[in-house]
Design a binder for this molecule. Structure first.
Ligand code: NAD
Length: 468
């Protein structure tokens, strides 16, 4: 029996004007049907969110916190449904899906409890200046297909907690966990406060240009981020853009090769490499190139690929056919540009599986080095000096994350400070915390998510400057 999912508009679960088939990337076959909205339904969702805004805003933070905690409890009660659905629509191994769902529930609890208190900026005998924070109105939350649950949960929980109302739009290839969140929210959140609209990549422009939408919180590619920025210009919308990256992992000469190889392999291939802050370019000292290359190749060829619901699967498929085709095209170009130590072939089975590849001897202008691959194809490069590797790390339009690996922490920290990027981790990766802001520099984005800075992206600062 095919599973069916609906839209959430103004507190009601509704059929779409149309529907779309959702494909399980581990089989390449449709396994569920999701309602698909048309422009009129998006219009209704925005209107409902606009109507719901004043009451939600004025209801106060304690009430919002109570309801967001209730929502987290209701998600917890459907934990396994969310996790299995996430694996089926996205492809990731079930343990990783469970981790993501756990993170999404934790986001509602954490951000539901955050309060932005007014800040006194000046307190003098003759003057009192206080900065107050006011929610913006209707927020459009647009997310991609690599981490459909946690990315949506962070945006929605912060937007709602700070007093805004939401129209959420997942990616068309992974709409189901968002639709299930909509189902779970019915009866908990007041009508119109949270709406879920599923499209076929055709309604994002309308959402981001709509005069009744005050802000777009967008995560996706840099190319689409530019379009969002352009369509938001006519109404001067607030924007948070979390975009693509081409992050480096820099191994220093005092690192232990065995330890570091396993860690940078994980940093490069988690979620089959479909991670915005994945290590997408690996740089090792010349003297360590052969050793680390062999170790990475051994790790890659030992990786168990399969359906995420099968026990033992360590890496799932590429999430969608378009990305799968793009990676095969990139791999074909890479064959003649470098030395493929292992991998890169598609698996001879249904579904969108690509063997993780390690490629060395690439020039700095090879496509696998300059482009965001967003898959398990990993370029291994070598360097002479720290100055050389920092200059090459920074020769990119992107600046999202990055890692430095070495025993001398002062030296590693000095290298980290030289990298033009939003976050650098030292001797670890993917350590994202709700209380630490995350975001890109250069063309990796605008604004921050999480932390105090992330909360303030969802409010206007209003100064009250009083003579006394
Ligand atoms: P994408 O840009 O193609 O799509 C993202 C979302 O935007 C989808 O929901 C899509 O339907 C929607 N969209 C499409 N056209 C639109 C338009 N004109 N206006 C508004 N929305 C529109 O991205 P993708 O391929 O789904 O995701 C992969 C990209 O996301 C990678 O570049 C990755 O690095 C990036 N990403 C960044 C972060 C981060 O935090 N910086 C996190 C995850 C993914």
């Amino acid at each position: 029996m095919t599973m069916e999912f609906k839209l959430l508009i103004d507190g009601d679960l509704v059929d779409g004007a149309d529907s779309l088939a959702v494909i399980n990337p581990a089989t390449g076959e449709p396994f569920a049907t999701c309602a698909r909205a048309d422009a009129a339904q998006l219009e209704r969702a925005i209107a409902a969110a606009k109507r719901a805004f004043p009451t939600w805003r004025d209801g106060g933070q304690p009430r919002r916190q109570e309801l967001l905690h209730k929502l987290a409890d209701a998600m917890e009660a459907r934990f396994e449904d969310f996790a299995r659905l996430l694996t089926q629509e996205q492809g990731k191994p079930l343990a990783e899906a469970q981790f993501e769902v756990g993170g999404a529930i934790a986001a509602f609890r954490h951000f539901g409890a955050q309060v932005l208190h007014p800040e006194t900026l000046v307190d003098e005998p003759n003057a009192l200046v206080v900065e107050h924070y006011a929610p913006l109105g209707v927020v459009g939350c647009i997310v991609p297909w690599n981490f459909p649950m946690i990315l949506l949960a962070i945006k929605v929980s912060i937007a709602l907690s700070t007093g805004n109302t939401v129209v959420a739009k997942p990616a068309p290839t992974t709409p189901l966990t968002a639709a299930l969140l909509g189902e779970v929210a019915v009866g908990i959140l007041p009508p119109g406060v949270f709406n879920v609209i599923v499209d076929a990549n055709d309604l994002g422009g309308m959402l981001s240009s709509h005069p009744d939408v005050a802000k777009i919180s967008f995560t996706g590619s840099t190319a689409t981020g530019r379009k969002v920025m352009a369509s938001a210009a006519s109404t001067l919308k607030r924007l948070t853009l979390e975009l693509g990256g081409n992050d480096v992992a820099i191994v220093l000469d005092d690192a232990d090769p065995a330890e570091v190889a396993a860690k940078i392999y994980g940093a490069a291939t988690f979620n089959a490499g479909q991670t915005c802050m994945a290590a997408k370019r690996l740089y090792v000292p010349n003297a360590m190139l052969d050793d680390i290359g062999e170790r990475l190749a051994a790790l890659a060829s030992a990786t168990v690929l399969g359906d995420g619901l099968e026990p033992g699967t360590k890496m799932g498929p590429i999430q969608n056919k378009m990305q799968f085709d793009k990676l095969q095209d990139l791999m074909a170009a890479t064959q003649s540009e470098g030395t493929v130590l292992t991998g890169g072939a598609r698996l001879n089975r249904p579904g969108y599986f690509i063997q993780p590849a390690i490629v060395r001897d690439l020039a700095d202008d090879a496509r696998l080095v300059t482009e965001e691959q967003f898959g398990p194809l990993v370029p291994l490069l070598s360097y002479d000096t720290i100055e050389d590797v920092i200059a090459r790390a920074n020769a990119s339009d992107y600046g999202l994350g990055g890692t430095v690996w070495g025993k001398d922490l002062d030296k590693a920290a000095a290298v980290a400070r030289g990298i033009e990027t939003g976050t650098v981790w030292i001797n670890k990766h993917l350590d994202l915390r709700f209380d630490v802001p995350f975001g890109g520099v250069k063309q990796s984005g605008l604004g921050r998510e999480q932390g105090q800075a992330g909360l303030k992206e969802f409010v206007d600062a209003r100064i009250v400057n009083m003579a006394r």
